[in-house]
Ligand binder design. Structure first.
Ligand SMILES: [Zn+2]
Length: 315
């Protein structure tokens, strides 16, 4: 089917590969030239809000990443180095000033024995969230350009979703089991291998067929749901710690947002009830995007709880 128009079209005029939701009746951009497709980020069509909800989400997470990097204390090598120098001097000199410094050193040194808790798992999650939001936004903007573009964009989108799911495991697993290398390595390697395998499966052309679509959905679903295991484990081991309990509440809320998102996405409501009424504003995919944002932000808040827990109490 040769459809080459730069006008918005209705559902029935679409090429087969773009027929995704029969309850969205109009305002499609099938096979526009690439430049016009890119510039359509500033015009009104049925993907405008899908693009912008996750693009704004990307900038929110970029801001959170910068804010977190600026606000949280970092390793202060300078201070440690200075204190070591003072100690060296005090051992080679006997004057009063150096002895005072030595006394200070003996008071401060217990604080330095506490290991500095690394931030990389938290930043890995923030990076995963940004990657997911950006690839999703790009996918919605460009998918309608051509069949080849749709093929590439959908795979980019799957990779982004997998990266969000995998990196969402890193802060809870790392900070909960930081003192237990066996479970730390077990959970971290399990979810990383699971995620990489899911991406590979999603990239294989054979899994595009309708018959394997459910397999792909099941893989993403089980990857997300497998997070229940480390959360239950955390509750059993650290059930008496307020940080562990508070983070579980955040994780439940996150599960609720993501779960509701998947239900809305699959049920295609509200457009199913009044086809055509929600073409531009309010259809299921836009609600799904907002629920994903809410879920990811809730997980960010849980991450802050973990950081505080380990910064104060260490191992
Ligand atoms: Zn989307």
């Amino acid at each position: 089917m040769e459809v080459k128009s730069d006008q918005l079209m209705n559902y029935n005029s679409l090429p087969e590969y773009l027929k995704d939701n029969e309850f969205i009746l109009d305002y499609y951009r099938p096979e526009w030239p690439l430049k016009k497709t890119i510039l359509s980020i500033f015009s009104i069509h049925n993907e405008t809000l899908n693009v912008w909800t996750h693009l704004i989400g990307f900038f929110i997470f970029l801001f959170l990443t910068i804010a977190t990097a600026v606000m949280i204390p970092r390793e202060d090598h300078e201070t440690i180095y200075t204190l070591i120098r003072i100690e060296e001097l005090s051992s080679s000199n006997n004057n009063t000033i150096i002895n005072t410094s030595s006394l200070m050193m003996s008071m401060i040194s217990p604080m330095l024995t506490k290991p500095i808790i690394t931030r990389w798992p938290f930043f890995a999650f923030l990076f995963g969230a940004m990657l997911c939001l950006l690839t999703s936004s790009l996918c919605h903007l460009l998918i309608s350009h051509s069949e080849k573009m749709a093929y590439i964009m959908l795979r980019l989108d799957y990779t982004g979703i997998a990266s969000l799911i995998v990196t969402s495991f890193y802060p809870p697993v790392f900070y909960c089991f930081i003192c237990d290398p066996f479970f730390l390595n077990l959970y971290m390697s399990f979810i990383t291998i699971f995620g990489v395998a899911t991406v590979i499966v999603s990239l294989l052309p054979v899994f595009q067929t309708a018959q394997f679509r459910n397999v792909r959905a099941a893989l993403f679903f089980s990857m997300g749901v497998s997070g229940v295991v480390p959360i239950m484990h955390k509750l059993i081991v650290f059930g008496d710690r307020p940080e562990a309990v508070l983070s579980v509440w955040y994780e439940l809320l996150m599960g609720m947002f993501y779960g509701l998102g998947v239900i809305v996405y699959a049920a295609r409501v509200p457009e199913r009830w009044i086809p055509g009424r929600f073409d531009l504003v309010g259809h299921s995919h836009q609600l799904f995007h907002l629920l994903v944002l809410a879920g990811a932000y809730t997980h960010y808040l849980a991450g802050l709880v973990y950081l505080r827990w380990r910064d104060v109490h260490g191992c």
